[in-house]
Design a protein around this ligand. Structure first.
Ligand code: ADP
Length: 293
């Protein structure tokens, strides 16, 4: 069983030939409304990768909240414990031009009100095999969830995105840190050639390198480079979420971490083959097929 404690957002995407200047209105060609948020995406990734998955988080009392909860449920995620907070859901207003340049206003909305875990939420964390968190909810909530999990023997995976510096008490409760190069640099103050520098902060870490795969390091001396699966990359959106969700599933099933990282790399690769965000997260059979190739 996997529990994901994190964010849920609605992405509102307007596409136009060019981005508007301040004060200007431009005529758009397309509008998309897409459920997202790293927490919800990773929960959907884990459910599709084959785990019984529960999402803990907060949505607003608006129509977006209804849609976000329904999307989680339709994707096989247990969303029964999701909080409904009076006010707006997390929303990202995204403007995109035809060259792919974008401007984004992301408002946390209900995600910012996801604080002080309830007894029911704490019980879900304790009952899980693996807890997965990211940093789009208050860091105090992540810390409380991680410390509770650690004390109960639930493994803690922290995907430290978006990049920010982390309190020592949170890092001390993390069993496995998952970061890309930018996030790693914020934690270590160094560049990509030093994944082992992450071990000054946590006992095990995965560094994802996009189309170049991933590295897994631990304090027992493991220093493993996992190559990317060769695929035709169409859209890298949500690759990191597919990777982290699948990693949690494989580790929770008792696979070794080197093997789980390889399987997660197959999930990330399967995700970049398709256009989109949460809709491009791969099913278990897709991951297995690529992993076996
Ligand atoms: P993030 O989106 O968090 O920056 P990455 O871009 O590093 O994450 O992608 C996560 C993982 O997905 C990578 O470690 C890799 O295994 C896989 N992946 C990403 N892009 C590609 C690609 N172009 N081809 C194959 N695998 C990829």
């Amino acid at each position: 069983r996997v529990v994901v404690a994190g964010s849920a957002n609605m992405d509102l995407v307007g596409i136009a030939p060019r981005l508007p200047q301040p004060g200007e209105t431009v005529l758009g060609t397309e509008f998309l409304q897409m459920p997202g948020g790293k927490g919800a995406n990773q929960a959907i990734a884990a459910a599709r990768a084959g785990a019984q998955t529960c999402f803990l988080g907060a949505i607003g009392s608006d129509a977006f909240g209804v849609t976000l909860k329904a999307r989680l449920g339709a994707s096989g995620v247990d969303a029964s414990r999701v909080r409904i907070v009076y006010g707006t859901s997390g929303v990202a207003v995204i403007m995109v031009d035809t060259r792919g340049e974008n401007s984004i206003i992301a408002t946390p909305g209900a995600n910012a009100a996801f604080t002080r875990l309830t007894d029911q939420e704490l019980a879900a964390v304790r009952d899980a095999d693996v807890l997965v968190c990211q940093l789009e909810i208050p860091v105090e909530t992540v810390t409380e969830a991680a410390i509770t999990a650690r004390a109960a023997g639930t493994r803690v995976i922290l995907n430290a995105a978006p990049a920010q510096t982390l309190p020592a008490e949170l890092l001390a409760a993390v069993d496995l840190l998952v970061v890309n190069e930018g996030e790693a640099a914020v934690i270590t103050g160094r560049g990509r050639d030093e994944p082992r520098a992450l071990l000054d902060h946590v006992t095990r870490a995965v560094l994802t390198l996009g189309g170049e795969g991933a590295c897994f390091v631990d304090r027992d001396g493991t220093d493993l480079r996992v190559p990317a699966f060769p695929v035709e990359a169409v859209d890298s959106t949500a690759a990191g979420d597919a990777f982290t969700g699948a990693l949690a599933v494989a580790w929770g099933e008792g696979r070794t971490l080197p093997d789980a990282v390889r399987w997660a790399a197959a999930a990330g690769a399967a995700c970049v083959r398709r256009l989109g965000a949460s809709n491009s997260l791969p099913m278990r059979a897709d991951i297995d097929a690529l992993y076996a190739s």
